[in-house]
Design a protein around this ligand. Structure first.
Ligand code: BGC
Length: 748
């Protein structure tokens, strides 16, 4: 295909009329020329097609989401979508199916063949592979992002993303709508678990780690895919806690919490970004020129492809009521800066674009800018040369190496929140009752985007994996009885559960949530449903020690139950190996090392994050059940010798912060060390603390390690009164565990 570039290059080099085309720093000069040549070659209609993305259901028999089982590919529909409409991008999985890599290879092959015959431009195929290639049969699934964040292990996050990329490529899918770097600031938000928790820095670090894994050293690598940062921006700032509901973000908040993670990933070469479906300050983000062009492009320097979220152009008039009709909506979104419309279920978008240009409401130059970005990503991926991969070239697909990482991700996701009087690890001689609505299903361990959007098929596809009940029965053979006690909606044969409880020494009570995402996951109360509370009360009355396992995607309130339990584990969707991981922690085969990537609230009306202001903490305002960063181990990690390389930091300085971590307990273990800073006095009320660095170590009993963090002035900057990043002279406190030291920043 290289010769095709050269030929086109030569042809157009001779032409005296040279159309203006954007150039991309991530492409070579030759590739930029190729993009320019493609722009000159394509018709307006074809360009409009390049700006369109539809669901793959549209090339199968049936209707979106109600395809026949098994899905039947339709040549006629392919001819419509690719042959006639000349659409340039496809997403998703054929609904109600989970194709194997070979099946993907076959139908994507037909799509690509048609595209190459029609426009000569390969299709860009994208999917949400957010915890492994979760729409590819036989692939490996990992902990969900919130669970990965709980590991505080960014190396692991990179490995998981790179394995995900491998298994996507095995299915000829080169574009992944991940990572979500939203920073979920409302604990009830049904997508809290899809991002890396409440903290901007954690979202940034894990987003960068995932980006490294997906894109590798270059997106055209055989085992790499293009990442898609989402959802730009402020999606996790919903005021109500319901999905796609308004956020109100003053400039300072926007810049402090919702831009830095995207900026870092753009600087690290992220090639695509997805737009937040919601509205900020009354402006649907899909119509915000300020966010999508002035800030994202001009200020943050994003050069790549900006894709809408699902049907969001249509929603501008159907839901947001800022446009009268589709035409006005399309114009608004393109004016704002969108390059590709995830039109999803209809094929009308290209026609509207053409009409708008013909009527002079949009210029062809504006269309060219977006199409160039679409083509640039296709060129960067090398899709013109290769757009299909043979499954046999990915011999490790679904293999042991991947499974081991999945298991590690589950183990490091588990957070031990309480272990009073050390009931854990459970003595193997004890008789254990396993009970509760999350004890015996895979949905509560895997969450949404697991073989389907809402994850409701998890039990069917993950039969080979152990639920919590199965795993505990395997870890403690002959010692375990089980009764569900309740479903998610109602109590179920509590009498049996109670009589088994009376015959047991310890009760492992598994509560929490099923799988969900987006609107279907909205809740009107963070309080755990009354069915679960009643089950707890009944079992508690038996008087046996309770180990509470909270398997959930967000911090469902459990205050009184946690207080009455001897031990509490939080399992934030640890994935298919979650049951094994929980059982291994209970048995002491795994020493828990997860830490909370969010604040676990105590009360329904006190949803205050860890980086709150001092005034929010007055009069008991900040008194979470468990703090951000909290997590216990079976061994004792002791900090000592906190030292700063200087007591003074100047603008050009790097301050070294070192400390010794010693495993003073009897067991080997992993442990994350979290460094916070506090700005003692600032011109904008400072947060009481901000997480600035973290790292994870593994220490044998008696072993110690000296850790060194490096802080620069950027690490202690904040968004000032002028809404710009600023560092002010003053005293800063560094806290790591119970150790603190102070230094002065001097603006010399
Ligand atoms: C979600 C996105 C996702 C897209 C494509 C939308 O409903 O908000 O996160 O990438 O669907 O599946």
């Amino acid at each position: 295909m290289r010769h095709l570039y050269c030929l086109l290059f030569a042809l157009f080099a001779c032409s005296c009329v040279r159309a203006q085309s954007p150039t991309f720093s991530f492409l070579t000069a030759e590739q930029n020329e190729f993009v320019a040549a493609e722009l000159r070659r394509l018709t307006l209609k074809q360009k409009a097609g390049q700006m369109t993305q539809v669901a793959v259901d549209l090339v199968f028999e049936g209707q979106t989401y109600v395809l026949t089982v098994p899905p039947v590919f339709s040549d006629e529909r392919l001819n419509h979508v690719i042959g006639e409409r000349e659409i340039g991008s496809i997403l998703n999985v054929p609904s109600r199916s989970i194709p194997t890599p070979a099946e993907y290879r076959e139908y994507i092959g037909k799509i690509q063949e048609k595209a190459m015959q029609t426009t000569g431009v390969p299709v860009l195929y994208g999917q949400d592979a957010i915890h492994g290639a979760n729409y590819v049969r036989g692939s490996t699934l990992y902990a969900q992002p919130l669970g990965v964040a709980a590991s505080f292990n960014t190396e692991l996050a990179t490995e998981l993303a790179s394995l995900t990329a491998y298994e996507l490529k095995a299915a000829s899918i080169p574009w992944n709508f991940s990572p979500a770097m939203d920073a979920g600031r409302h604990p009830a938000w049904p997508r809290t678990w899809e991002c890396f928790g409440e903290d901007t820095y954690v979202n940034q670090q894990f987003g960068l780690a995932a980006l490294r894994g997906y894109q590798g050293d270059g997106v055209n690598g055989k085992n790499n895919v293009v990442a898609c940062l989402k959802h730009f921006t402020g999606y996790g700032a919903t005021a109500s806690g319901h999905d796609r509901t308004p956020a109100y973000l003053p400039e300072r908040q926007l810049r402090e919490y919702y831009l830095p993670q995207f900026q870092a990933a753009i600087d690290s070469g992220a090639l695509t970004v997805m737009i937040n479906s919601g509205e900020i300050n009354g402006i649907p983000v899909h119509t915000s020129k300020r966010l999508l062009t002035d800030i994202l492009r001009d200020e943050m320097g994003f050069e790549g492809l900006l894709v809408s979220d699902w049907q969001d152009v249509r929603y501008l008039y159907e839901r947001h009521h800022v446009a009268n009709d589709l035409k006005e909506a399309v114009r608004m979104a393109i004016d704002a800066g969108m390059d590709m419309s995830m039109t999803a279920v209809t094929t009308d978008f290209p026609d509207v674009v053409v009409e708008l240009v013909q009527e002079g409401q949009l210029t062809e130059g504006r269309i060219d800018t977006s199409v160039a970005r679409v083509l640039a990503v296709k060129v960067a991926l090398g899709l013109y040369e290769q757009h299909l991969w043979e499954p046999e070239e990915f011999p490790e697909f679904g293999g042991q190496r991947f499974a081991r990482k999945a298991q590690q991700s589950a183990e490091e996701a588990i957070v031990l929140l309480k272990n009073d009087g050390l009931p854990l690890p459970i003595d193997p001689e004890q008789r254990i009752l396993v009970v509760g609505p999350t004890a015996d299903n895979m949905r509560s361990l895997n969450g949404g985007w697991t073989y389907s959007w809402q994850g409701q098929e998890a039990d069917r596809y993950l039969q080979d994996h152990n639920t919590i009940r199965e795993a505990i029965q395997k870890q403690f053979p002959g010692r375990v009885t089980y009764a569900p006690g309740a479903t998610m909606d109602s109590l179920q044969d509590v009498a049996t559960a109670l009589s088994l409880a009376r015959e047991s020494d310890i009760i492992v009570l598994c509560l929490g949530e099923s799988s969900y995402t987006e609107d279907p996951g909205n809740i009107n109360s963070l309080v755990l449903p009354s069915v679960q509370r009643r089950l707890f009360d009944e079992l508690h009355a038996v008087g046996k020690p309770i180990v509470l396992v909270m398997a959930a995607g967000r911090p469902r309130l459990m205050t009184s139950m946690a207080n009455r339990s001897r031990a509490v584990l939080f399992a934030p969707y640890p994935g298919p190996y979650g049951g094994d991981a929980i059982a291994s922690v209970l048995a002491g085969r795994v020493n828990p090392s997860g830490r909370l990537p969010l604040t676990y609230p105590r009360h329904p009306n006190a949803l205050v994050s860890y980086d709150h202001k001092a005034t929010e903490a007055r009069n008991g305002g900040y008194n979470p059940l468990f703090e951000f960063g909290y997590g216990l181990s079976y061994t004792d990690f002791v900090y000592s010798d906190l030292r700063l390389s200087s007591r003074v930091m100047n603008p050009q300085d790097t301050l070294e912060v070192s400390l010794r971590v010693t495993n003073e307990g009897q067991r080997a273990g992993k442990h994350s060390i979290l460094l916070y800073t506090s700005d003692l006095v600032a011109s904008v009320t400072p947060s009481v603390q901000r997480l600035r660095k973290f790292t994870k170590v593994h220490l044998e009993p008696g072993e110690n390690e000296v850790i060194t963090f490096r802080l620069t002035p950027a690490d202690i900057a904040f968004i000032g009164r002028d809404d710009r990043p600023t560092t002010e002279p003053g005293t800063f406190r560094i806290s790591i565990g119970n150790l603190t030291e102070e230094f002065d920043f001097e603006a010399r």
